[in-house]
Design a protein around this ligand. Structure first.
Ligand code: MLT
Length: 271
């Protein structure tokens, strides 16, 4: 059964998340400019094996943040608040792109709670100066009322050529992206600009780390990140030839299978 739940904690007046399934806990964190709904094609298969928790990060979906800004660390604290509320002792966290930055901050702050960390089209590197500059230009555009133009140009660049041939599917994702408020977009972009590098976070960690790469990903190209997949003591690497940055929509069965096997390995499950 899928339940949509809502809690209130200091700093986060309204945290919404989906909970489904039974078994050890797996948290799925969405990226930018998405909401928990991004994982809709993946969580049903995982729910047969895990208690799957899918937050709307504060500022997206049905969750709000107080004040005008968030930080990647603050977002990690909101994930911890949900985990505490659900009395989760050990968890596998899978973070997509910006969700991966949040998962890495969680690893920094609460590493002892992690049974495993899955980085899905993500990186432990900080933004390059060039990337920061591009983000600042986008912030300027959004602040001048250009949110729609920004989303219409940004979303198609996330997907593989194959996915984009389905115009209806792409339009649906653009429409979902447009639901994010301009102030949240700016807050997330500033949070990403300000996040530190977290390469050291992964150095020699004892929990397994999973890496999911899309061969067509131009947002976080595999070639820029692959070296990071030698940092932890145990690394499991998958490269999807037919995916770009959005495997949860491009090849959802493959990603669900890899996440299931990773969770099985981390929790030493037999099914
Ligand atoms: C995302 O998918 O979360 C963003 O593309 C991440 C980023 O812009 O660094």
């Amino acid at each position: 059964m899928e339940q949509k739940l809502r809690i209130t904690v200091p700093d986060f007046p309204n945290l919404a998340y989906l909970k489904t399934g039974t078994g050890p806990a797996m948290i799925l964190l969405h990226g930018f400019p998405e909401s928990g709904d991004l994982w809709r094609k993946v969580w049903p298969a995982l729910a047969a094996h895990f208690t799957v928790i899918v937050p709307d990060l504060p500022g997206s979906g049905e969750s709000t943040f107080s004040g005008e800004s968030v930080s990647i660390e603050g977002l990690a604290k909101s994930v911890k608040a949900i985990a505490d509320h659900e009395q989760v002792e050990q968890v596998v966290i899978a973070g997509h792109s910006m969700g991966g930055y949040v998962a890495l901050a969680f690893a920094d702050l609460y590493g002892s709670k992690l049974a495993g960390l899955s980085l899905v089209h993500s990186t432990a590197a900080a933004d390059s100066e060039e990337k920061k500059e591009t983000r600042r230009k986008s912030i300027e555009l959004i602040n001048k009322g250009g949110k729609e133009a920004f989303i219409r140009q940004m979303i198609p660049a996330l997907f593989s050529k194959g996915f984009k041939e389905n115009k209806a599917a792409l339009d649906k994702e653009i429409a979902k992206g447009l639901r994010l408020e301009a102030k949240s977009m700016v807050a997330f972009y500033n949070a990403m600009i300000n996040r530190p590098e977290r390469i050291a976070t992964l150095n020699g960690v004892s929990y397994p780390v999973q890496w999911i790469f899309g061969k067509e990903d131009t947002v976080i190209p595999a070639k820029n990140v692959i070296q990071q997949s030698t940092l932890a003591n145990v690394n499991l690497v998958s490269v999807y030839p037919e995916a770009a940055h959005m495997s949860m929509l491009e090849v959802p069965e493959r990603l669900a299978k890899d996440l299931h096997e990773f969770g099985q390995y981390c929790f030493r499950l037999t099914r």
